[in-house]
Design a binder for this molecule. Structure first.
Ligand SMILES: Nc1ncnc2c1ncn2[C@@H]1O[C@H](COP(=O)(O)OP(=O)(O)OP(=O)(O)O)[C@@H](O)[C@H]1O
Length: 257
């Protein structure tokens, strides 16, 4: 298993955002985390990347517990993420945004960054090359000199993925990557995530676009009100009574609102 979530709970004051949730992700899988709004999906990402510590339970990555490790240590171990709200440096070029992602794993310290040693110049060249390769992977190489803020929305989301990939993740966490995308952009996002999987990277994805989730994921966990409602293949999830009810219940709420 690449990632083991073991009996994880998270309380924010009186809110039980996650209640005793467990699931495991195998090497090379695309694993979906779905559920209605407020179900606890992003909280789970925030626990895996230790923006918050779990109230109880354990998170095990590559057979080591990472509960309580600092976020940058977790990145070093090989977990990277994108965010629901795009977090790019809007005034930097696409290339620089990806290079910044790679810096979190480059070895040069403060001394060399002040005096620009030979080692740092070499590292900069390597980072530049790697950033270009990643931009090519996500289909943005021709826009490498474009400021992030001038990219189309779908392109910004792809750039976020390239930036997360710059630190060589073994596990990539994608938080609603298709949000705001049109059908064509979503189709090419599907191809991109499959390509990432073919490179041996494990993917955990939160997504509300159900056709995409069902087409893309090998297995899925459904959360509802902080609890695990179901786990299984896309077909099992689509036929699960409790899941259908949770989603239909929401639709009825929306309809009567
Ligand atoms: N930092 C926080 N402080 C207090 N409550 C929080 C915090 N983060 C999340 N919550 C609460 O935890 C619950 C789960 O929220 P979370 O954002 O994880 O849901 P989600 O499944 O990602 O929802 P969405 O699909 O709308 O993004 C919600 O009730 C939310 O208000």
């Amino acid at each position: 298993m690449v990632l083991d979530i073991k009996n994880v709970s998270k309380n924010f004051g009186g809110i039980h955002a996650l209640k005793n949730v467990s699931f495991s992700i195998k090497q090379g899988e695309i694993y979906g985390l779905i559920g209605p709004n407020g179900a606890g999906k992003t909280t789970m990402f925030n626990l895996i990347t230790n923006i918050f510590e779990p109230s109880s339970g354990d998170i095990i990555f590559d057979s080591q517990t990472i509960t309580g490790l600092k976020s940058h240590k977790i990145t070093e171990k090989g977990i990277c993420r994108t965010y629901q709200n795009i977090r790019l440096f809007s005034q930097m070029t696409a290339l620089k945004n990806v290079m910044v992602g790679g810096h979190s794993r480059s070895s040069s310290g403060v001394f060399s960054s002040v005096f620009r040693t030979k080692k740092q110049r070499e590292e900069e060249i390597q980072l530049n090359q790697k950033a270009e390769d990643l931009l090519e992977l996500v289909g943005l190489l021709e826009h490498k000199d474009t400021l992030a803020e001038n990219l189309a929305y779908g392109q910004q989301r792809r750039l976020e993925i390239a930036r997360a990939m710059a630190s060589n993740p073994k596990l990539l966490l994608l938080d609603e990557p298709a949000a705001g995308m049109n059908e064509k952009e979503t189709d090419s996002l599907y191809d991109l995530i499959k390509m990432i999987q073919s490179k041996g990277i494990t993917v955990l994805i939160i997504e509300h676009d159900m056709p995409l989730v069902m087409k893309l994921c090998d297995r899925i966990t459904v959360l509802n009100f902080g609890e695990k409602l179901a786990e299984g293949t896309p077909t099992e999830i689509q036929n699960n009574e409790a899941v259908i009810e949770a989603y239909l219940g929401k639709e009825e709420e929306y309809e009567s609102a």
